[in-house]
Write a protein that binds this ligand. Structure first.
Ligand code: BES
Ligand code: ZN
Ligand code: ZN
Length: 528
């Protein structure tokens, strides 16, 4: 994995570029970053006077220092209207600037100012965000081409800090930015690799290896026979049409200090989803290698949480298998029994995510965590409902969902809640079993959430459907085409916010508007 050397200091150093950021229409001396007689002014003045540079959002211009500055070049970057700025925008603008530099092969070392005007919390926040931006923007997926395209990532980022900045704070901020940034890239790598490489046993070995390098993480892998014995028939059945053995990866992170609460994180780990006997159409089926994005996230989160030393007990549960059709495969009409004893009629073998998650959620409940969060590329219907920009959220507990939403807004990994009234569960009534795995063509993301809600009992729970947001077919400032690596920032921020709440949040259940007054036979039905 590409690493970037990150340094900080009050002095400027001999780097290839100095980045200087401006809000729109600010004077050249905005931010008092240079002494009055600094040659910077002479170099930058023509760009300001000609209005070639006006600080507009994502505007960049490169100027040459001709030996007058410690750095070889200056890059002015625009942040847009001052009133519109928020931390995420600063992150995107640095990422944008660094990406531009990749096309100049000699630009490998970069300095950037952290403005004087910010208080210590803001400085920390911005330093972390800048380091994250450096890692995210410099990520390249492994490519398998005969001719390796030359890519020259940034090698060194130097943060120029003001005299009153606290060095310990900056160091901590850089440390955190690195953990998060590298974590995101690790998730991307796992998702971008083909399913022939990233199989259930690959994920299992990957997690064992990660746990062996961190004393606070323990990891156990449950194989087919053990899963059968334990009654995890969802995982076994979905995996039975594949040559790859299905597995359940179970990790725990126990903090060195006393845990302030416990959380179970559950990630969908279908390493390839062909649909099974309910085979998917072949166009875009290649993308179904991403059906383990939730698993990749949960696995890497274990490491990230341990490195951040969060005082939380974490159960990481990853049911993983391949969904394939063969003579032994699960068939529509089959009835299977979940870990918690619920019988499930399988109407559609392509609705497999919920079948493996039901076992893992059932098991999570037995660990009595304060809450459960599951993350899954669960439904195409979620993409139809919300598109590519927001995660679909569903929950049985408003207070924790409000916190998740706040984290999403802050980190720009936004979550929008879909309603989860009990009526949706009624759409899953089966004639032969306790519940069926398909609720019809309407409200597909919600009926999937309603199915999962059956297995979490009364435990405060959030389901995040990331089917639409895990992969982009376009390049952005923060990433190349491919896996987005969504979730690391959202979940770590969420876990930190929960730490700031008093313990009563679990009891804060508001009036539950999700309950139904309908009776089974009163539910409107349009088709069958
Ligand atoms: N893995 C898919 C959902 C998906 C779609 C993920 C697009 C990423 C991108 C999931 O297992 C699936 O096939 N869901 C079906 C459910 C249906 C059969 C009830 C869907 O959404 O069509
Ligand atoms: Zn499927
Ligand atoms: Zn799937």
């Amino acid at each position: 994995m590409h690493t970037i050397k990150i340094t900080y200091g009050k002095e400027r150093i001999k780097n290839d570029v100095l980045i200087v950021d401006y809000f729109e229409d600010q004077p050249i001396d905005y931010g008092e970053r240079f002494a009055d007689n600094d040659p910077f002014y002479e170099i930058a003045k023509p760009a300001f006077e000609s209005k070639d540079f006006a600080g507009k959002w994502k505007q960049t211009i490169i100027l040459y220092a001709s030996g007058k500055l410690p750095e070889k070049r200056v890059m002015l970057i625009g942040l847009g209207e001052r009133s519109d700025v928020y931390p995420f925008k600063i992150k995107v603008s640095l990422a944008h600037a660094l990406k531009k530099m990749n096309s100049f092969h000699e630009l490998k070392t970069v300095s950037v100012f952290i403005n004087k005007e910010y208080d210590s919390d803001k400085v920390k926040e911005i330093a972390t965000f800048l380091v994250e931006a450096a890692y995210m923007s410099q990520y390249q997926a492994k490519n398998y081409k005969k001719d390796q395209k030359l890519f020259s990532p940034i090698e060194h980022l130097h943060l120029v800090i003001s005299d009153n900045a606290d060095e310990k704070d900056i160091e901590e901020a850089i440390h955190q930015g690195k953990i998060i940034g590298q974590g995101i890239n690790e998730v991307r790598d796992l998702i971008n690799k083909p399913s022939s490489e990233v199989t259930p046993s690959y994920l299992a070995n990957y997690t064992l290896d990660l746990a062996s390098k961190n004393e606070q993480i323990e990891c156990k892998i449950f194989h087919r026979d053990q899963l059968k014995q334990m009654g995890m028939n969802g995982i076994v059945s979905v995996g039975q049409g594949s040559n790859e053995e299905p597995k359940l990866i179970m990790c725990t992170y126990t903090p060195e200090v006393e845990a302030q609460y416990s959380i179970a994180l559950v990630g969908k780990g279908v390493t390839f989803d062909s649909g099974g006997i309910s085979l998917k159409p072949s166009n875009n089926m290649y993308l179904m290698k991403i059906d383990m994005a939730g698993a990749a996230l949960v696995i890497v989160l274990m490491k990230v949480i341990a490195l951040l030393k969060l005082p939380v007990k974490v159960y990481g549960l990853v049911p993983t298998c391949e969904n394939m059709p063969d003579g032994n495969a699960l068939k529509p009409g089959d009835i299977i029994t979940a870990y918690d004893g619920t019988s499930v009629e399988v109407i559609d073998t392509d609705a497999e995510g919920r079948l493996i998650l039901m076992d893992a959620l059932g098991y999570a409940v037995t660990q009595k965590p304060n809450m459960i969060v599951d993350i899954a590329t669960l439904t195409g219907a979620c993409t139809v409902a919300l598109g590519r920009y927001v995660i679909g959220g569903m929950s049985n507990h408003d207070p924790i969902m409000d916190i998740m939403r706040a984290s999403g807004d802050y980190m720009y990994e936004r979550v929008w809640e879909l309603p989860l009234m009990e009526e949706y569960k009624l759409m899953l009534q089966s004639n032969f079993a306790d519940i069926k795995n398909f609720g019809g063509k309407e409200a597909g993301a919600i009926t999937a959430g309603a199915f999962l809600s059956h297995f979490v009992d009364e435990v405060p729970w959030i389901h995040l459907d990331i089917a639409g947001v895990s992969w982009f077919n376009t390049e952005t400032s923060l990433m190349p085409h491919g896996a987005t690596g969504i979730g690391i920032r959202l979940i770590t921020d969420f876990m930190r916010r929960i730490l700031k709440e008093d313990g009563k949040i679990w009891e804060n259940k508001t009036v539950d508007i999700r309950q139904t007054l309908y009776k089974e036979n009163e539910v409107p039905k349009y088709d069958d």
